[in-house]
Ligand binder design. Structure first.
Ligand SMILES: Cc1cc2nc3c(=O)[nH]c(=O)nc-3n(C[C@H](O)[C@H](O)[C@H](O)COP(=O)(O)OP(=O)(O)OC[C@H]3O[C@@H](n4cnc5c(N)ncnc54)[C@H](O)[C@@H]3O)c2cc1C
Length: 498
């Protein structure tokens, strides 16, 4: 269908962070890039909603691994600091445990020591050792697993990689590993809950993921002034300057294929757009299931393991609640059971864990003067057609539980001050962004879904069809998706040169 033979015209399906970054990288290398997005604006799961002066980041809120963001800006000929005003957070989290006790995770090691020693004498030195190992895991994983573009199985399974897997403790469960360092269950929780971001229970995830605690405390957790959506705005602005054209409110209905090639896309309404190269940023499972001819892959990807979803509440309050830090995590009920519930049974726990983000203490622009803006995430199982999941009922139950638990922990009168309210349930995540099973983080990062085993950045049959995003290699989370964009763009340039 395409008349071009110079590979120049690229269509990117989806304006998530992965799609925008790939588009910008390719435009900088001389490709003509058009990004087609189903929704009214760019950003995807790094979204924003503004209601009555309250600005909500709707998805991502934690800015980690700043060097991976900086690399993207540099590759685009820009400096991150010219676009993002980053503030390092201290404390990183306010944690609340089932017994109502609390701990502030902080990069200030004096304050950390005082808190840890009060919980478990001797634990501070063990934290230092734990972070040192986590740092080693991070430094080894980044070049060898995350940034590496695996093209064949022998590149992944060989004596060198096997020795790497041993050093990364891939066969040790994270909870067992943390148990060697800390006896107190609260500390075991404090240094494993982050595995949820990888779509995994810490009872199933490899000890490799202690790299997450290292990155948060040692490399830092940041906040971009104006909110996380600034990242989408900055990258979209740069992409536009490089010539990328964005088309919104334009759902792609099919990726057109002919023989062994993708030839373009069809939009809702029937209009076809030809392309020399297609990059799919929409959720991978959805792309195989709904946009491509069925070759059996959709069924295989559907059988893979997906991470959890969330019930969200976005609350605009008519007063400020100084009880909240910027990131607050409430661990409730039985820790192990909470992961069984959401990852195995795909339900909501009776006493669910939840997270509250309160950006106004960092950034007054996120609410009108004197008011507060809260984002509440309650992790729950993803959409599971085999169960009858009553989302409105669970939404009401989650809301009541969050308000009750906050009341128990010193925020008694919050409900009376809610003046703006929006809520998402897993089916909203599924329908708004076409996410398979409404899973907010996509395919989980268990061992057999990592690196070579994770869906690759190029289609096996259509060699001019590339994939970028959370459920492709290297995986989910904004910094990782930025690496995915780098790998996809490099591969396009190598295989489809101008
Ligand atoms: C609640 C939540 C909290 C999170 N917290 C964090 C965090 O704190 N830190 C962090 O780093 N990460 C976090 N993440 C993960 C992070 O947001 C994602 O990994 C990342 O945004 C995924 O980007 P992506 O480009 O792969 O996909 P997406 O953001 O899903 O983008 C894909 C785009 O494709 C579009 N699309 C889909 N179908 C079509 C179609 N047919 N035609 C055209 N367009 C289409 C979608 O509308 C979307 O805009 C969070 C995610 C969620 C949901």
């Amino acid at each position: 269908m395409s008349q071009n033979t110079d590979n120049r015209n690229v269509i990117v399906v989806g304006a998530g962070i992965g799609g925008i970054a790939t588009a910008a990288r390719l435009a900088r290398r001389g490709y003509h890039v058009k990004v087609i997005e189903k929704n009214e604006k760019a950003g995807g799961r790094c979204g924003r909603m503004t209601i009555d002066g309250h600005t909500f980041d709707t998805g991502a809120t934690l800015f980690l691994m700043p060097e991976l963001y900086a690399e993207t800006f540099t590759a685009l000929g820009e400096r991150m600091e010219d676009h993002l005003d980053l503030r390092r957070l201290d404390p990183t989290y306010h944690l609340y445990f089932p017994d109502d006790s609390a701990l502030q995770l902080t990069p200030d090691m004096h304050r950390m020591k005082a808190q840890l020693e009060a919980i478990e004498p001797g634990s501070y030195d063990r934290l230092l050792a734990y972070l040192s190992e986590g740092g080693e895991h991070y430094r080894l994983s980044l070049p060898n697993l995350i940034e590496r573009d695996f093209r064949s199985l022998p590149e992944f399974i060989n004596p060198r990689m096997l020795s790497l897997f041993l050093r990364l403790k891939t066969l040790t469960r994270h909870t067992d590993y943390t148990g060697h360092y800390f006896r107190d269950p609260r500390l075991q929780m404090a240094f494993t809950f982050q595995d949820m971001y990888m779509g995994l229970s810490p009872y199933d995830s490899p000890a490799t993921y202690s790299l997450m605690q290292y990155t948060e405390l040692a490399d830092g957790l940041y906040y971009p002034m104006g909110g996380m959506y600034r990242i989408a705005e900055a990258l979209t602005g740069i992409a536009g300057k490089l010539g990328v054209e964005f088309v919104y409110n334009a759902p792609v209905e099919k990726i057109l294929v002919e023989g062994g090639r993708a030839t373009g896309v069809t939009l809702a309404g029937g209009r076809s757009l030809p392309a020399d190269v297609v990059v799919a940023n929409a959720d991978l499972g959805y792309v195989y299931r709904s946009l491509l001819p069925d070759d059996g892959t959709a069924g295989r990807i559907d059988k893979m393991e997906y991470g959890c979803s969330t019930i969200m509440f976005y609350w605009g309050l008519d007063k400020q609640f100084p009880q909240f830090g910027p990131h607050n995590l409430y661990l409730n009920g039985d820790y192990r059971q909470s992961f069984e519930d959401i990852f195995k049974a795909t339900i909501m726990s009776d006493e669910p864990n939840f997270y509250v983000h309160a950006p106004v203490r960092l950034d007054p622009s996120m609410a009108p003067a004197g008011r507060d803006t809260l984002y509440v995430a309650v992790p729950v199982g993803h959409v599971n057609p085999a169960l009858s999941q009553d989302w409105p009922g669970l939404q009401a139950k989650a809301r009541a539980y969050v308000l009750r638990r906050l009341g128990e922990l010193g925020v008694p009168d919050l409900e009376a001050h809610i003046k703006v309210e929006r809520s998402f349930v897993p089916t909203d995540w599924r329908d708004r962004y076409n996410l398979t099973r409404g899973s907010t983080h996509g395919l989980s990062h268990k061992l057999t879904q990592m690196a070579w085993f994770r869906p690759h950045n190029r289609h096996n049959r259509y060699h001019n069809l590339y994939f970028v995003g959370a459920s492709t290699h290297p995986g989910t989370g904004l910094p990782t998706v930025l690496v995915s964009a780098d790998l996809a763009a490099r591969r396009v340039q190598e295989e489809m040169p101008l």
